[in-house]
Design a binder for this molecule. Structure first.
Ligand SMILES: [Zn+2]
Length: 314
């Protein structure tokens, strides 16, 4: 064996390992809007699972480049596939939001509800204050969305959140983004009900569930209920939509119906059954009645209203 061949065989693998290590660490960088590193290339023919794993980080890097071109120099950006997280916050603050809210919330939701994992990037833009949130939401999406403290732009798989209002809005919008992959035909009432349940929620003691708690939306629900203006649950489900001009009541109605199902230990099962049967039962009403052992919608609605008055009025 020639000396040169010995050198290649001895040092070659070391250089390859060192190169791979450098590429891996470069991909984890948190530089302010720095251009992402070149995607890694495997020499072997990748399996379908490996293709999915390698293509998502590469797609995230492309998405990061697109976002970086639209943001100003005070923004930082980190890539945590499937998330591309940017904001006018420090990289360590972005990392904290990922570690403390985004990842644990997504893990629990995946365990409870979502079978299909994201196979495309989800962009998350976090804003330090209301002024920058309004400025960028107008620039990205026009004036229609800046009245809220956050929203999910479905067509662009992009979350916009003013983090000054707390992490509840982030959990709300993250639920939308993840449900979009798992249950794309989810009707609006259930999409908003489940998402708004998580805007005020706590992890169960074993950390395996996210349990919704009573919040400010109950006042809209209680007022509608006590003044005879709350529609039967079957009517909310039949239209599937949040009504224009009645958003406050319909959001509260949907949220607290999800919370009622959670209190009956039926929410996870209902979500899965509704998703799996949506083609034959697009409103979810037949699935609901089946879950309640064949009770009628009116009987279920009566139980819900009783629960609202006892569990939510204090
Ligand atoms: Zn929402």
């Amino acid at each position: 064996m020639s000396f040169a061949r010995v050198i290649v065989l001895t040092i070659g693998p070391v250089l390859i390992i060192a190169g791979c290590y450098w590429l891996t660490m470069a991909g984890r960088g948190q530089a302010a809007l720095s251009r992402p590193s070149t995607p890694e290339v495997s020499a072997e023919e990748p399996t379908a699972a490996a293709r999915e794993l390698t293509s998502l980080p590469a797609a995230c890097r492309v998405r990061a480049d697109e976002l970086a071109a639209l943001l100003t120099a005070d923004f930082h950006l980190i890539i945590r596939p499937p998330y591309v997280i940017a904001g006018n916050l420090s990289a360590s603050e972005l990392e904290r939001h990922y570690r403390e809210t985004i990842r644990p919330t997504a893990d629990v939701l995946a365990r409870c509800y979502f079978e299909r994992r994201p196979d495309a990037p989800i962009a998350i833009l976090l804003f330090a204050d209301n002024a920058s949130y309004r400025e960028f939401s107008r620039e990205f999406d026009g004036q229609r969305r800046d009245a809220y403290s956050g929203y999910y732009e479905r067509a662009d798989r992009r979350i916009m959140v003013n983090v000054q209002t707390g992490n509840g809005t982030l959990a709300h919008e993250l639920t939308h983004a993840l449900a979009h992959f798992d249950f794309p035909d989810m009707p609006e009432w259930f999409d908003e009900g489940l998402a708004s349940l998580h805007e005020q929620a706590e992890f169960s003691p074993d950390g395996r569930r996210l349990v919704g708690a009573v919040n400010w939306r109950r006042y809209h629900l209680l007022y509608a209920l006590r003044t005879g203006r709350l529609r039967p649950i079957a009517a909310l489900m039949a239209t599937g939509r949040i009504r224009e001009g009645h958003e406050a009541v319909d959001y509260a109605h949907a949220r607290y119906f999800c919370m009622f199902l959670q209190s009956q230990n039926q929410l996870i099962e209902y979500y899965r059954a509704f998703r799996d049967n949506v083609r034959t039962d697009p409103t979810g009403l037949a699935t609901l009645c089946r879950l309640f052992n064949g009770q009628t919608p009116t009987e279920i609605d009566t139980q819900f209203r009783h629960w609202v008055l006892t569990a939510c009025s204090k």
